[in-house]
Write a protein that binds this ligand. Structure first.
Ligand code: CU
Length: 394
């Protein structure tokens, strides 16, 4: 019984081996073919993604290329700065710094945060030149920006309520741009219309509503023009307001980079901008500049912050570490009374706020967006009260 069983078992074993060989002979090539197909598909997907990114970068790196491509017969290219379906973002370049970052930060000339004087008289003349230029947005990080007055943010404009603001705009860049003043009540299709390369335009408005307002380029897509740096703050000082000893202007900007910006300047990564995943967030256009070069006050002084969030998309949650906002004119509403003793105040993207602090104790007081990802990405500065030594990080 056992022999038969063995013999029977050996016979079964031979048949099993033959069946297995047949099965393997058929399936192994199939499996290999499937594997090959998967590898080719993955490679194609990566190539598609890379070419999609490349086309986004071409589209956003200036209209010259975009306009030429879209005007070619038979080519259905999206307009410059338009979204491209399926495009993927570049990896994050957050926090990248060269070895000499500390020395570069120390040598950086900070954007002047002190509120400039408003002109006297009935008319405030504002001349703004538009130009494309490379700016530094963090130590060693360069960005190919579109600017008002050569800087990001554009120059701070300070006028008094009731003044007529006479604006002259000169476009020295190779593409159309414009300006949109949130402080103006004016037909935008006329005043905010495009200025062609090499041309100027002139218009005026009466600054009848007090506050701190954003101004920005409104040329389509405004999203791209703002993200490339074309924004700033205009302060319309009310006829009466509690006195402040120091006044500082802060503009929040997000930056979306298609490259690290070390050496060769970065430009806009439209996909990152649409996803609202910035590489850097800055006060007045340069990460951490008021950490290395703090704003100052004496103990007991009232310090006023005029804050604009230029976005293009994220809010700022304004907060001063170590104190409370004694007065907070939320939404920059300077017609109604301020709120008092606020810990954190929202400044909407495209909006403003005015905040007073009065700090009696000498020390180093960081001012941040308490949406803390923004701190991580560079939006932190220091108010040094009483010229004390040291620094403070968050
Ligand atoms: Cu523009």
């Amino acid at each position: 019984m056992s022999t038969y069983s063995d013999a029977h078992g050996a016979g079964e074993h031979d048949v099993g081996l033959k069946l297995f060989a047949l099965f393997a002979g058929v399936t192994i090539p199939i499996v290999m073919l499937i594997g090959l197909w998967l590898a080719v598909s993955a490679w194609n997907a990566r190539s598609d993604a890379r070419s999609a990114v490349a086309s986004v970068h071409r589209l956003t790196s200036g209209t010259a290329t975009g306009a030429a491509s879209s005007s070619m017969p038979g080519m259905a290219m999206p307009a410059a700065g338009a979204s491209v379906k399926g495009a993927v973002a570049t990896p994050s370049f957050a926090g990248i710094a060269p070895e000499n970052a500390d020395a570069l930060a120390a040598a950086h000339r900070p954007y002047p945060a002190a509120l400039p004087a408003a002109p006297p008289g009935a008319i405030a003349r504002v001349q703004l030149d538009i130009g494309h230029r490379v700016v530094s947005i963090a130590p060693g990080i360069r960005y190919d920006a579109w600017t008002f007055g050569g800087s990001v943010p554009g120059p701070v404009i300070h006028v008094r309520q009731g003044q007529r603001v006479e604006v002259t705009l000169r476009n020295t860049s190779p593409m159309p741009h414009s300006i949109d003043f949130h402080a103006a009540q004016i037909a935008p299709n006329v005043a905010f219309s495009d200025v062609l390369p090499g041309r100027s335009k002139h218009f005026s408005f009466v600054a009848s509503v007090p506050g701190v307002f954003m101004y920005h380029c409104g040329t389509a897509p405004a999203f791209v023009h703002i993200a490339n740096g074309m924004a700033g703050a205009i302060i319309v000082e009310p006829k009466t307001m509690p006195r402040a000893d120091r006044e500082y202007v802060l503009v929040s900007d997000e930056w979306y980079l298609n490259a690290a910006g070390l050496g060769r300047p970065a430009s806009l990564d439209l996909v990152k901008a649409e996803h609202m995943t910035p590489d850097w967030v800055t006060w007045n256009g340069y990460a951490g500049q008021y950490k290395t070069h703090p704003l100052t006050a004496e103990p007991g002084q009232t310090v006023r912050f005029w804050v604009v969030d230029a976005g293009p998309s994220l809010n700022t949650e304004f907060h001063v570490v170590g104190t409370v906002l004694e007065r907070a004119w939320l939404n920059a509403d300077l017609v109604d009374a301020p709120q008092h003793d606020i810990q954190t105040a929202v400044v909407a993207a495209g909006g403003g706020g005015v905040f007073d602090v009065k700090i009696d104790r000498p020390g180093i007081y960081p001012f941040v967006s308490h949406s803390f990802a923004s701190v991580q990405l560079g939006e932190v500065g220091l108010l040094n009260v009483g010229h004390v030594a040291g620094t403070m990080s968050h």
